[in-house]
Design a protein around this ligand. Structure first.
Ligand code: CA
Length: 226
């Protein structure tokens, strides 16, 4: 049974969604404004949050951002009345996982909720691998060649982001944001964290996996030019 938090200020829309999903076996909670929605989202143990973009007191994008800042990774499905590319991109930048444009079919809403939940469960149990390096996000462990490695918290955060993007480059700004949020950190400290990370995951081993892309960022990959 999936627990859903519905954050929607329009009573008729909220009632429609509530009735449909409850009838389909979901356990429903509702908040009619953004401030209450955020409080419930932080306290409650929800499987998926259905979040309207335009809300009184705290809008959907801000709510989403604050949820992610609080390290809540519950999947968020954003409802938006405005079908513009900008809104969608903005939603994803703030941590929404999917979106639906109003008006939508209830069947579509249910399908998206179930898909998000499935994806989230898979992600939680997944172990990230690059060559013989393995990172388990759920258990916060890192191994290379079967040998357990001890990382700092910063090292773990950076390595997880790099492995999720592997073999692609992750830019300095994104790495800094993962560590310090939107307003933080200096590049020298970032380089220091990555140098410490390299000494743990690469130095004792034959093949280098962490590559510096000078002036841009870092990437994790089995070969330098993959
Ligand atoms: Ca609204």
């Amino acid at each position: 049974m999936l627990r859903i938090l519905l954050i929607e200020d329009q009573r008729d829309i909220a009632a429609n969604i509530w009735d449909y999903l409850e009838h389909r076996g979901f356990v429903m909670d509702h908040a009619g404004d953004g401030a209450l929605g955020l409080r419930m989202a932080l306290e409650g143990n929800y499987d998926v949050i259905v979040l309207d973009l335009g809300l009184p007191k705290l809008d959907g994008l801000d709510l989403c951002r604050r949820l992610r800042e609080a390290q809540q990774d519950v999947p968020v499905l954003m409802l938006t009345a405005r079908d513009t590319l900008d809104d969608k991109l903005e939603g994803f930048a703030h941590g929404a996982d999917d979106y639906l444009v109003k008006p939508f079919a209830m069947k579509e809403l249910e399908a998206r909720i179930r898909a998000l939940h499935r994806r989230h469960r898979l992600q939680q149990g997944e172990v990230l691998r690059v060559a013989d390096l393995a990172l388990d996000p759920a258990n916060q462990t890192v191994e290379r060649g079967g040998q357990r490695l001890a990382l700092t918290r910063a090292g773990f955060v950076l390595l997880e982001l790099l492995m999720r993007r592997s073999p692609h480059l992750v830019r300095h700004a994104e790495l800094a944001q993962a560590l310090w949020g939107e307003n933080g950190g200096d590049i020298a400290t970032l380089h220091t964290h990555l140098s410490v990370l390299r000494s743990v995951i690469d130095r004792p081993f034959d093949t280098r996996l962490l590559h510096t892309v000078h002036g841009f960022g870092y990437r994790i990959a089995e070969s330098v030019d993959a």
